[in-house]
Design a protein around this ligand. Structure first.
Ligand SMILES: Nc1ncnc2c1ncn2[C@@H]1O[C@H](COP(=O)(O)OP(=O)(O)O)[C@@H](O)[C@H]1O
Ligand SMILES: O=P(O)(O)OC[C@H]1O[C@](O)(COP(=O)(O)O)[C@@H](O)[C@@H]1O
Ligand SMILES: [Mg+2]
Length: 360
């Protein structure tokens, strides 16, 4: 009888809701159906870089209760590209071979990498260099991975942003204010567009559609004429300033992250329209909390499909969700093009048809 396989699983990039559902389903399928061993690798590729590699055996008993938990039981990282790893002495080193060696040290036959565009690009480069058997699962609240309608984490983030708008309606109406909600998304406006429509925003600003301050102020005026004394604006973090720049916040260590466009717009809007403005930056709330049922369903389907790809010997593939089917595409194809909002998307058309201002 052939020796049972031993596979590894890791989560990489920003955490999000639903990662544990993928891990759980993969273990159910690998151990329950195929009798394989599963090693959970800690802190993404960092776990494979450590000696001994930082990993823990995962069993059905261990993963059974994690379905409802947010985040990832394995930990993750979105820092420290292994090909240009920042060392304590300030130098930058290529540590890719250490990760490849870690894979072999654990005796892995294959690896499931759950990550976004950045992580999948890094993992694929490692797999090509070290001839590793890699299967990818798309995750990111930003939904910017190509070839799949949905990535793990997006649905929960949209629900949270929608609920935030639901709450802002009342306080906005009570004080006759323009309320601005800044949401995440990196260079894509998927969260803002989806939550904006679902949460009844009057103005939706996304990086894919350039806006003018005049058209936002006109919308506020139109609403007032229609007897609506408040306005809800949702803005994606990568929307640019009038000068065409993205707003960044930089900490004392000099690390920069997207953020600040909400406050920028609030000042400009009150200056131009006289309206009173307030800003809510939703931040990492969008990544936390209990995974939605959609997340658990797709996560479970992805976990099973990823293990089945390994069983079929189909590597360098990423599982996808399209038209209610789980399929797979070459990872290279999925990450070849950044997936922003298509300006001909049905939701863009829906927003326009309802008179929602998209800023143009
Ligand atoms: N496995 C990893 N190890 C170290 N750094 C990583 C890893 N995956 C991604 N990163 C880094 O995290 C940052 C965020 O990448 P990004 O593409 O936004 O993440 P995601 O994979 O969630 O889409 C990038 O600078 C990338 O170099
Ligand atoms: O956790 P950090 O480092 O502040 O990262 C924030 C970024 O991560 C995200 O929440 C998720 O992005 P990824 O899925 O690409 O990791 C972005 O929307 C946001 O810009
Ligand atoms: Mg990403």
């Amino acid at each position: 009888m052939a020796k049972p396989k031993r596979i590894g699983i890791l989560t990489s990039g920003g955490d999000c809701a639903g990662l544990n559902a993928v891990i759980r389903a993969a273990v159910y399928r690998a151990q329950g159906t195929y009798g394989w061993e599963v090693m959970g690798i800690r802190q993404a590729t960092h776990g494979l870089m450590m000696r001994p590699p930082s990993a823990t055996p995962l069993t059905i008993e261990k993963v059974d209760p994690i379905l409802t938990a947010g985040g990832t039981i394995l930990g993750t990282t979105n820092k420290g590209d292994p090909f240009a790893f920042p060392m304590a002495d300030g130098s930058v080193q290529d540590r890719s071979q250490e990760i490849i060696d870690g894979y072999h040290e654990l005796g892995l036959d294959a690896l499931i990498g759950i990550g976004g565009d950045g992580s999948l690009a890094i993992l694929r480069r490692l797999a090509v260099q070290g001839n590793l058997n890699l299967v990818g699962v798309p995750k990111t609240i930003d939904n910017d991975v190509g070839s799949t309608d949905l990535s793990i984490g997006f649905d929960t983030a949209v629900n949270i942003a929608t609920e935030a708008l639901d709450r802002l309606h009342f306080t906005a109406a009570s004080h006759s204010r323009v309320m601005i909600l800044e949401v995440m998304g990196r260079d894509a406006g998927h969260i803002a567009l989806h939550a904006g429509i679902a949460g009844g925003a009057d103005v939706i600003l996304i990086p894919e559609i350039p806006y003018s301050l005049d058209s936002i102020c006109q919308k506020i005026e139109d609403l007032q004429e229609q007897g609506k004394n408040y306005c809800l604006v949702i803005v994606a973090e990568a929307v640019r300033t009038g000068a065409g720049e993205t707003m960044m916040t930089t900490n004392q260590l000099g690390q920069s992250r997207l953020g600040g466009i909400g406050h920028y717009l609030a000042d400009r809007i009150s200056e131009a329209s006289g309206a009173e403005t307030r800003v809510t930056v939703l931040g990492h709330i969008q990544r936390g909390g209990t995974p939605s049922s959609v997340e658990r369903l797709i996560g479970s389907a992805f976990g099973v499909a990823a293990v089945d790809l390994i069983a079929d010997g189909k590597f360098d593939q990423m599982v996808t969700w399209r038209n209610r089917h789980v399929e797979s595409v070459p990872i290279a194809e999925a990450i070849a093009q950044y997936k922003g909002v298509d300006t001909n998307d049905i939701l863009v058309k829906t927003a326009r048809s309802m008179g929602i201002c998209l800023g143009d």
